[in-house]
Design a protein around this ligand. Sequence first.
Ligand code: ATP
Ligand code: MG
Length: 395
Amino acid sequence: MLYHSFLIKYSEIGTKGKNRYVFEDALVHDIRRKLKRAEGSFRVTRERGRIYVSSKSEDYDPDSLIEALRHVFGIIGICPMVQFENDGNIESLKREVLSYWGELYRGKKKSFKVYTRRADKSFPLSSPEIDAELGHEILDAFPESSVDVHNPEVRLHVEIRQFINLYSEIIPGPGGMPLGTNGKAMLLLSGGIDSPAAGYMIAKRGALIEACYFHAPPYTSERAKQKVTDLAEKLSRYAGPVALHIVNFTEIQLAIYEKCPHDELTILMRRYMMRIAERIAEKRDCIGLITGESIGQVASQTMQSLVCTNEVCRLPVYRPLIAFDKQEIVDIAERIGTYETSIEPYEDCCTIFVARHPVTKPVPEKIRSSEERLLPEIEAMTDKAVEEAELILCR
Ligand code: ATP
Ligand code: MG
């Protein structure tokens, strides 16, 4: 069956009380934007607590429509539906339901249950009465079907409103909150598996994101930078346009390498990354930082190391993967489509300047005193890194 209308289910927004319209407006706005990627021409409409997407013509590609909607945060379900006039008459409702059932489930021996919601109380029967009438009607016309009130294979939803909506399929959406309903945060985006997943998770809560990538030419290649740009583009399919700041980190990395103990290299580099990211964040009105760190994943992510990287920032640092195992992070990356790019082999600046035996329990006082060896030149170096960062808009 070719559907022309889709009911959009959203969660949490329903709990927002008076602010509800802000969230619904943002959701509709993002749906409209994402639909530009779908083939066809669509109408997005609202009716008290419901959002509908319908195709303006027969000529559209439902798969590309669903794919576009699956990238909209805030949507928990996409329901292909049949919508028709509510004439207040159970007989016409029965006719529509039989033709719907026949087209989708004829001969398929499905167990089912009818779920009626009567928002329009002028309809002459109550919801349980409608459930019962429609149930009997289906059983009579399609004796191969059966009723199962506990665990039905098909949940047939009948919504009685200004129009009547029939649907039985719910395609999952990403969930979360609509884009732009929260603040903006700066993601430290490396070419790895974790940081894109971390950015996705914070954007999913309605935050806008920008990203910072630290590269170290000639130790890291143009191709590594392109990989990060590709990742930012992939994120933007969900998160909207992502401003990617490319920071040249070579000079700082070399200074650390020359002057500081090698077992502290990674921690020291991470501290400078955090500082620079925070300065760019403030310039760009971002009110938080995001990293892909996870407790114990590597030496620089033990709890002791996190104390050291955390203490250089004033902004909150969001680490949505902090308690995730690597495989759980890989699962997210695969689901959101960043994994394939993340495992491309191009080197990251951190993998070149790594110590064979990095500290796993760095002591903040000692780290601070190692940093003093970089004074005073480091100040000018960080200023320069911030000022000369290159901006690429990824969409
Ligand atoms: P990822 O975490 O993305 O897989 P990784 O595991 O190599 O990369 P680490 O080197 O352990 O990451 O760094 C932890 C976090 O620091 C990353 O998740 C990312 O947020 C940030 N980070 C590391 N390297 C860079 C970089 N070159 N540019 C920007 N951010 C970086
Ligand atoms: Mg990591």
